[in-house]
Design a protein around this ligand. Sequence first.
Ligand code: ZLM
Ligand code: CA
Ligand code: ZN
Length: 388
Amino acid sequence: FEFNISNSKKRVSYHRNNDTINYHYGPFHPMKPFRLRLTDHLVTGYGLHNIMDLYEVDIESNQNINLIENKILKFHSLEYINFLKNLNDNSDQENKKYLIKNDIDDNDCPIFHGLYRYCLNYTSTTLSAINAIKQQKSDIAINWSGGLHHAKKFKPSGFCYLNDIVIGIMDLLKTHSRVLYIDIDIHHGDGVQEAFYMTDRVFTISFHKYGGYFFPMTGSLEETGVAKGKNYCLNVPLMDGIKDFEYTQLFKSIIGPLVESFNPECIVLQCGTDSLGYDRLGTFNLTVKGHGECVKFVRSLGVPLVLLGGGGYTPINVSRAWCYETGIANDVILKEKLPDNLPFKKYYSPDYSLYPHLGDSILNDLNSKSFLNDTRIRLLEQIRTLQG
Ligand code: ZLM
Ligand code: CA
Ligand code: ZN
């Protein structure tokens, strides 16, 4: 790689966990932790591990597992944590009872081997990233295994069991008075929005597909917070097929004024990659460069930043985007040709490129100019109410 010609060097830390990669939601389940292995291979292949602070999170050798569980219990209920903890020991009948009582969809959120350990892993890794920011050891802290934005206080939802984002932000609030949460996963960040709906200390904004029974079916323009939290929540509902130019224009024109008005002390950016073209579940048409441009813009605002993962169901593209964005965090330009000696290199055929072009078989853009413009005007009006 080459360093960008600028003087915006920042201290970047990369938080990972070698164990998270090995879990399986089940053979045909769209969520594949294996995508994290592909991401790590690309990051290492490009040599990015040499220029960041690396934190290998290991819960086995972590003496402070009680401390982590205490942080989890600041958001999740004790009954739910006990359920997750005892899953593999409980009888199937006992588990079924909790699933039915709490209306849990175990197709989306299956009980798999080592589930609680998997949850502790990605949550501890997010807490490790949050800690690097709290202690001012990093300007940007990255955990691609985190970002599981749907989990609720007492139940899992949409492939998410523990809400590492809410747990992380609650911890961050001990030292930081205002946190901005931005979510570019194609799904609505409902779990994070709900957790901070009544507070003016955490501003949540999610860009997502909305309408046509798309999961989780929340996130309309009208959801703007309540009580003290009134107007401290924004939603950007979009339709199928949005492309780089329209998405990044809208993103910058809203996030710019929002950061100006809210003046956050830290930004947490959920970088779900199911908003890329050809995602197995998503219906947007972003490219790796377009998705990354949002990260680049947020970085340029000069506020301490936590980068988290999230959705992303076409693993080769997930890894391309998160590697590219690790490069952006470090302000380096990665060459288009993938590195030699890359494990699983054949998966990236036929282009072997970090930035493949979208082909012709993409969905039409259903977002008209006037729809996007009306949306922008509504959102900017709400941001203006923050002043004074
Ligand atoms: N059925 N297998 C995004 C979370 C999206 C709810 C419709 C389950 C699937 C999906 C699971 C192998 C994030 C819904 C779906 C079938 C009710 C969703 C297992 C395929 C499969 O083949 C599958 C047997 C499965 C699940 C598709 N589920 C697609 N979309 C969403 C949840 C999570 O990206 O935002 C953050 C990580 N669920 O639409 C149903 C309504 C359950
Ligand atoms: Ca979103
Ligand atoms: Zn998603």
